[in-house]
Design a protein around this ligand. Structure first.
Ligand code: MSP
Length: 651
């Protein structure tokens, strides 16, 4: 654990990259995973005092893009331009705070690739020859030696198991074989170069088995960077793409910024492109006399139906579908919480919704709304400065400080799922602390007022502390929580906020989503066109009617009124505190002329839970009470049988 680094790392640079993604494919959850992970690392490292530079972008040359563009009847550049927009839009929606987006069709990159090619050539590592063998277009990889024969005589790529193409062409080779010993020596001297270690072992055995020289140009692919002084050939797409990590920080000029930033501190990627990054890339850099990256973090795959999510298999999940129901933090949280960094994760809708509903809605969201609700109810949103901090409160603070050390240990090691797991154990502890302390009981005893204030203040401080260490993962929510609790202190440490302040009222942070609704939207997505025509035909017949699905959108829940009071200067309005079974919330109801607060306290009512919150006379109303109304507007609240459980749903 490297906790002592906290102060000593001030202003050290941290250069961080994702792979640059192919533009033959629209972004899916797999791409989002790597990019969210890099963004979480950027935000976390920034908190740790580093000056971070985060580079991402797109890989736009090569046979795969060329073929795809031909299929679509457009130019490769047109294809790239349209897909780049999709990537950028998704990164914006997911709150990805990258510093630079590089495209391999950018002029400075093209010139930078020519520069490194010349340098490697000058150093005697490039020679011309003929390539005879197989090529996997999907992996953009030469597979001559490893391709497997099949009865149909087409060789199969050992990595993606797709058919390869036979290639016989003139090319330039890179003397990869000359780097075998140097690479092994480098791995020995830098055993932490690849994380996790198991991947390091894979790389080592691959290199130990022997390296053959690598073709680094193509004479049958025109969509690429021309080889300097031999325009009949284009540079192999991987030689071009890997170079983005240096051209993105101005290798072309090799200026002060380049020298400050390079070598990269961390390349993040999935295991499919390990060989290119851990073998070819270091060899190219050695040849170009440049330092090697410090670390490569290799994560697993997101699978769907037990197979790697990828366009060619057709099992990708477009994160835009998730945005129909969830905000960006829910998606970010799920990705970081669910899969341990080294292994594969199977995506299921049920798993996604359970994780988000349980952790974010129930545990974290509820802790905040419960605490906020009690501060509103018992302290009128204002702390007076008389909080009594007892032994239990001190223990909450001490255990936070312990937790923080553990979380830093995990996050420094990029084990985000483990760190988050610990944070949520602590959140569970805070929810238990509320039950133990029973603020509602303390509030009814005037002599316990300072103790009550101490409990609520400790909760605010704990929430603020957690909020800050969760901010790299769920940055948007973190800002909202800081806003609600009127405290924008960031960074590590127990947030010893002053005990004389006011807080703002909160709406629900993570509304619960129902699995059925969620699944339905995917279905809708699949059948959009079909449904479009069906809809038009039906619309005239059905005007004025709603479907059962429309009805189901309204979430009606049996709730119990815990408190009721009149709202000043509003004769008709009552402010109700209701327990819905999953949270406590405030409603404003226009029934004060016919119901008094005492008629309602302890009464079971039906509320519409998923109504957009509105502010009425300065009070945030989170839902609506269901009542009948006669022609004069007199309300009648339906009687609910006493034995109906709170939280029961009307359907
Ligand atoms: N263009 C090359 C990379 C060049 S980097 C110098 C490439 N592009 S890609 O579009 O295929 O992206 C591969 C990367 O996307 C993976 O290494 C991983 O980071 C991410 N993922 C793509 N599919 C994924 C999953 N199903 N699961 C997890 N990550 C995935 O390879």
């Amino acid at each position: 654990m490297a906790i002592e680094k906290v102060d000593s790392v001030e202003k050290k640079k941290f250069f961080l990259t994702t792979p640059i993604y192919y533009v033959n494919d629209i972004p899916h959850l797999g791409h989002a995973y790597t990019t969210v992970m890099a963004d979480v690392i950027k935000r976390y490292k920034t908190m740790r005092g580093y000056e971070v530079f985060f580079l991402t972008g797109t890989d736009e040359h090569g046979q795969k893009i060329e073929k795809n563009a031909i299929k679509k009847g457009i130019t490769p550049k047109e294809l790239a331009d349209s897909v780049v927009v999709r990537f950028k839009e998704l990164w914006k929606k997911l709150n990805i705070d990258y510093d630079k987006f590089i495209r391999t069709t950018d002029e400075y990159h093209i010139e930078g690739v020519k520069k490194i090619f010349r340098k490697v050539q000058k150093n005697g590592d490039i020679y011309s020859g003929d390539y005879k063998g197989h090529y996997c277009v999907s992996c953009e990889s030469f597979v001559s030696d490893t391709a497997k024969d099949t009865p149909s005589k087409n060789k199969i790529c050992p990595d993606c198991e797709k058919e390869t193409e036979k290639v016989v062409e003139k090319c330039y080779f890179f003397k990869l074989s000359a780097y075998q010993e140097k690479l092994l020596k480098f791995y020995d001297e830098n055993p932490d170069f690849i994380q996790p270690k198991s991947r390091m072992n894979e790389v080592r055995s691959f290199v130990t088995m022997g390296l053959r020289d690598l073709s680094i140009t193509r004479s049958t692919v025109s969509w690429g960077i021309p080889v300097p002084e031999d325009e009949d050939q284009t540079i192999y797409v991987w030689f071009d793409a890997l170079t983005n990590y240096i051209t993105g920080i101005n290798y072309l000029e090799e200026n002060e910024n380049f020298n400050k930033m390079w070598p990269a501190d961390l390349h993040v990627m999935a295991k499919d492109i390990l060989k290119f990054h851990a073998v070819y890339w270091p060899a190219f850099l050695m040849s170009a006399e440049l330092p090697l990256p410090k670390k490569e973090l290799i994560h697993g795959w997101w699978l769907k139906d037990e197979k790697k999510m990828s366009k060619s298999i057709g099992n990708v999940l477009d994160p835009n579908i998730l945005f129909e129901h969830f905000n960006s933090d829910a998606i970010r949280y799920f990705l970081m919480r669910e899969a341990p960094i080294g292994s594969d994760g199977n995506f299921s809708h049920q798993g996604f919704i359970n994780r988000v509903n349980t952790d974010l809605s129930n545990d974290w969201g509820n802790l905040i709304s419960r605490t906020g609700g009690m501060i509103g109810k018992y302290l009128k949103n204002k702390f007076t400065g008389n909080a009594l901090i007892g032994a239990k409160e001190k223990e909450i603070e001490d255990s936070y400080n312990e937790l923080e050390k553990v979380v830093i240990g995990f996050f420094d090691d990029y084990k985000f799922n483990r760190g988050i797991e610990k944070i949520f154990e602590y959140i569970g502890k805070l929810n238990k602390y509320i039950v133990e302390k029973q603020p509602w009981a303390l509030s009814s005893d005037e002599s316990k007022k300072d103790e009550l204030e101490g409990v609520l203040l400790t909760l605010v401080r704990a929430i603020l502390s957690i909020n800050s260490i969760l901010s790299p993962v769920i940055p948007e929510t973190s800002e909202n929580v800081a806003e609600i609790l009127n405290n924008k202190t960031v960074g590590f440490g127990w947030k010893d906020t002053s005990d004389n302040f006011t807080i703002n009222e909160a709406g629900p942070l993570f509304p619960r989503v129902d699995l059925k609704d969620f699944l339905k939207s995917e279905e809708v997505e699949d059948n959009k066109e079909k449904r479009g025509t069906e809809k038009k035909e039906k619309v005239e017949m059905e005007e004025g009617l709603i479907t059962f699905d429309d009805f189901k959108k309204v979430e009606m829940v049996v709730s119990i009124v815990r408190n009721a009071e009149k709202i000043e200067n509003a004769d008709k309005l009552l402010k109700l505190e209701v327990d819905t079974g999953s949270d406590t919330r405030t409603l404003v109801a226009g029934i004060a002329l016919h119901y008094s607060p005492s008629d309602l306290i302890g009464k079971k009512i039906i509320i519409i839970k998923n109504l957009k919150p509105v502010k009425l006379r300065g009070v945030l109303s989170q839902g609506m009470i269901l009542a009948a109304s006669d022609k004069d507007g007199r309300p009648y609240i339906p009687e609910i049988p006493q034995e109906t459980p709170v939280g029961a749903i009307l359907k």
